[in-house]
Design a protein around this ligand. Structure first.
Ligand SMILES: [Zn+2]
Length: 170
């Protein structure tokens, strides 16, 4: 362009992506910080890359699961009647993950599987955690588990958590 000749298609693509992408990214991040609806998504993606769920889908082959989890990540905290037990609750997802009586047996087997996988007693340690941090853990935020979770087990823990989350209905 500076020499008076038009850039090749390849050069043009490079110019566009280096000029447009950073601006787009900044605008997207700014918009997300302004809006409370994205609080959960931002918190969860803080320790994981934005494309974390797609990487998961690629590695595990569980595309529909990844799609369901993406919906859970991006749905703002909602109050209302739980679709499983019918009770009015302040945060439907946290309630279903941590308390809903309709998921009691699934939750118990999840605790057992996670305890087996990590040699870490989930039943007791999760009682001391907030509902939010246990929900985050199942949703893929393994920050709290860094010390005890060996990388080879990470995918298994994700699979277990995500399998349980398939029962959640927002
Ligand atoms: Zn419920």
């Amino acid at each position: 362009m500076f020499t008076g000749t038009f850039p090749t298609k390849f050069q043009w693509k490079n110019i566009v992506s280096s000029a447009v992408n950073p601006i787009e990214r900044l605008q997207k991040e700014e918009r997300m910080r302004r809006d409370n609806d994205f609080v959960k998504f931002l918190r969860l993606s803080e320790n994981n890359n934005y494309d974390f769920l797609w990487q998961y889908a690629k590695i595990s082959g569980r595309l529909l699961t990844a799609k369901h989890i993406a919906k859970l990540w991006t749905t703002p905290p909602t109050s209302g009647n739980c679709k499983l037990c019918g009770h009015f609750v302040l945060d439907i997802l946290n309630h279903q993950i941590c308390m809903c009586t309709e998921l009691q047996s699934q939750r118990l087997s999840l605790y057992n599987r996670l305890t087996e996988l990590t040699s870490f007693n989930f039943m007791y340690t999760t009682v001391s955690k907030s509902d939010e941090s246990f929900s985050d853990l199942l949703l893929g935020n393994h920050e709290d588990l860094c010390d005890i979770l060996i990388p080879e087990h990470r995918l298994e823990v994700l699979n277990e958590g995500f399998s349980f989350l398939k029962y959640c209905r927002l």
